[in-house]
Design a protein around this ligand. Structure first.
Ligand SMILES: Nc1ncnc2c1ncn2[C@@H]1O[C@H](COP(=O)(O)OP(=O)(O)OP(=O)(O)O)[C@@H](O)[C@H]1O
Ligand SMILES: [Zn+2]
Length: 628
């Protein structure tokens, strides 16, 4: 490595020397001890009548002082007053076109140093891939980045909302803190831990926290870093990484996206991928090769445990799995609290309310939410981030930024207003549906309008009645268009797709159909822990399934239609309110449903609702109307 380094250093010096040499060429007139000065200083000199003559060449101004010394400045800013100043102060001046060097010289001067630098740069990039502390200067060296106690300050306190996962790894912390003592007590130490969970749930964070808690070095590398064009490189990187880690034991090696190398062998596209297989083999060899007592623990993360080569999961390798799932409502609150500590937060911000309105958010999403809210506050020149900033940040994350400038034809707007009113009125009339939080025809992201329902709890398990009602609500939009506008837009196609998907899931996955019984007809695609075997069902069964889905959809469609027919007036009032105010909140919706005129929007805002009443929040899958 040292050798490599000095070689590189020589290269830099050579490059610099050459560059300076050519630069010298270039600035033929720079010779003779010309001093560079600021443009404003030159003006001062001129005004002090210390300048004899001036040559202006393009952007460069060279001045000769009374005492024959030369100074130079460059200015891309065209100062129209300069000539006047020169005249006034009796300075001789000459304006020359920028000098054209000879063609050969031009090529050499302008290109050669560039080419050389590019060459050096490429050389460097190849040498120090990964770079940084602990970065290696050679191909076969691992690109693992090392963090030690001084630069890894993550502790368990920074990881919130996954208490079970934390509990499972405390043992590892105990071991790393004092390997020998741990063994005397008879603890069995895992060599490899596989963290499984969806993206952004804090797998990396948790691994770092383990190292942080145990105060041991943390080597991190991504599976994709091993995969190189050249056969053998990945394998030698693995070897190098383990060697390095052993020198620093006890320590943690963290391999993110292990599926990049750990996919089961023979699954590569178009036959074997030698390089990846070799890398994987090397990884297996290394994991077998070190003593559990050596104090190196390998933690790998993936969101697809099912694609991993079974050999990786065998005892002595990644034989322990820790699943890190999406946080529940309490977990989200805790994660929000962790991240809110880092920004100035107004007292009106309630993490519990935000947690309620963000089902399905991962830890990374929540971190992003806090960040976006802080950006909103900064843009609004606020000193504290308040609830309105959070509401806006949430809206933006859910649906993309508001498209205030989007031109919508009045007819289209009216259509959308009826459509959303249809969703909202059906939702309000069905007993099990989540309360409507707000309805808007403000276009956002890909949606022309939205009806938001606020779940009172996390919808972990869907209940049959509720799912049926959801299908009716989805139909509500289109039916309202049929009844009130008399023509149908394509805006409802997404609603239909979702309704159908839901009905299909009810029949085939959840066993909620009376006709088909409780048998499960489909494997949950992809997320099967053990890998999904594709079950095939007979043609006849398939037809029965389809018929059953059809029945569900028809029944719910009819229900929604009946409700809207019976409540025409409410749809009309809501549509009018939407056309007037663009967004209406839960209180206004309640007024309308009670047969009253809706109250006007709250002062200062047409869109949002302050927390406290029945709490803002939103449905992660709002009934959105996609643009036609
Ligand atoms: N449980 C959590 N507590 C606090 N912050 C979290 C949590 N989960 C995620 N975050 C935030 O999200 C960021 C990204 O999380 P991290 O990189 O650990 O996720 P990951 O599960 O490794 O994701 P990926 O699978 O995409 O690599 C973290 O740096 C942190 O700010
Ligand atoms: Zn819709």
């Amino acid at each position: 490595m040292n050798n490599m380094f000095s070689k590189s250093a020589i290269w830099v010096v050579v490059a610099l020397l050459l560059f300076m040499l050519f630069k010298q060429f270039d600035s033929h007139s720079m010779a003779g001890g010309v001093k560079g000065i600021q443009y404003s200083d030159l003006l001062d000199e001129i005004k002090a009548k210390r300048i004899k003559d001036v040559v202006i060449e393009g952007n460069t101004i060279t001045a000769t002082k009374i005492d024959e010394t030369k100074v130079r400045t460059t200015s891309t800013y065209l100062d129209r007053g300069l000539i006047g100043d020169l005249r006034e102060n009796g300075v001789r001046f000459d304006v020359k076109p920028p000098e054209e060097p000879g063609i050969l010289q031009q090529v050499f001067v302008s290109w050669f140093p560039m080419l050389l630098l590019i060459g050096v740069w490429i050389f460097f990039m190849r040498q120090m891939q990964g770079g940084g502390k602990g970065g290696a200067f050679s191909f076969g060296k691992s690109k693992a980045r090392m963090l030690d106690e001084t630069n890894n300050t993550v502790t368990f306190a920074d990881v919130a909302g996954c208490d079970e996962a934390k509990e499972e790894v405390t043992e590892i912390v105990d071991f790393l803190r004092d390997p020998t003592k741990f063994q005397k007590l008879g603890g069995r130490i895992p060599r490899g831990v596989l963290m499984v969970g969806p993206p952004g749930t804090g797998k990396t964070l948790l691994a770092r926290a383990i190292a942080g808690e145990a105060k041991v070095p943390f080597f991190s590398i991504s599976g994709s870093d091993f995969v190189e064009m050249f056969v053998g490189v990945g394998a030698s990187r693995v070897r190098d990484m383990f060697e390095n880690a052993k020198k620093h034991s006890p320590c943690i090696i963290f391999i993110d996206e292990i599926d990049a190398v750990g996919r089961h062998r023979g699954a590569g596209m178009g036959g074997g991928n030698d390089e990846r297989e070799q890398t994987l083999n090397q990884l297996l060899v290394e994991m077998d090769g070190f003593e559990a007592s050596s104090g190196v623990i390998v933690i790998a993360a993936t969101n697809r445990a099912d694609v991993l080569d079974k050999a990786l999961l065998r005892p002595g390798r990644f034989d322990r799995q820790v699943s890190v799932g999406l946080p529940d409502i309490r977990g989200r609150e805790q994660i929000l609290n962790v991240h809110m500590r880092k920004v100035p937060i107004s007292t009106d911000v309630k993490a519990d309310i935000l947690a309620r309105g963000t089902p399905g958010f991962s830890g990374a999403d929540l971190a992003n939410l806090v960040n976006e809210a802080a950006l909103f506050a900064a843009r609004r020149n606020k000193r504290l981030v308040d609830m309105i900033d959070f509401e806006d940040a949430k809206d933006k994350i859910f649906m993309g930024p508001e498209r205030k400038s989007m031109v919508i034809r009045e007819e289209e707007r009216r259509n959308t207003a009826y459509h959303e009113s249809g969703h909202a009125v059906v939702a309000k009339l069905l007993p099990k549906a989540d309360p409507v939080h707000k309805v808007t025809i403000m276009p956002r992201g890909w949606a022309l309008g939205l009806t938001w329902q606020l779940p009172e709890h996390d919808n972990i398990s869907g209940y049959k009645d509720k799912m049926l009602e959801e299908i009716s609500i989805l139909f509500g939009g289109r039916i309202a268009e049929e009844i009130f506008v008399g023509q149908m837009s394509t805006g409802a196609s997404n609603d239909f797709a979702r309704a159908t998907k839901l009905a299909r899931a009810m029949v085939t996955k959840y066993g909620m159909s009376d006709a088909m019984g409780v048998m499960v007809y489909e494997d949950s695609q992809n997320d099967g822990w053990l890998g999904g075997a594709n079950k095939t069902i007979s043609e006849a069964t398939q037809q029965k399934v389809d018929a059953e889905i059809r029945t569900i959809l028809d029944t719910q469609y009819a229900l929604a239609r009946k409700l809207l027919e019976e409540n025409r007036e409410k749809v009309e009032v809501m549509t009018k309110a939407l056309l007037e105010w663009e967004t209406i909140d839960a209180d206004q919706v309640n007024d309308i449903m009670a047969g009253q005129e809706p109250r006007p929007p709250k002062a200062g805002t047409t869109i949002r609702k302050q927390p406290g009443s029945d709490g803002p929040g939103s449905n992660p899958t709002p009934n959105a109307t996609a643009p036609a």
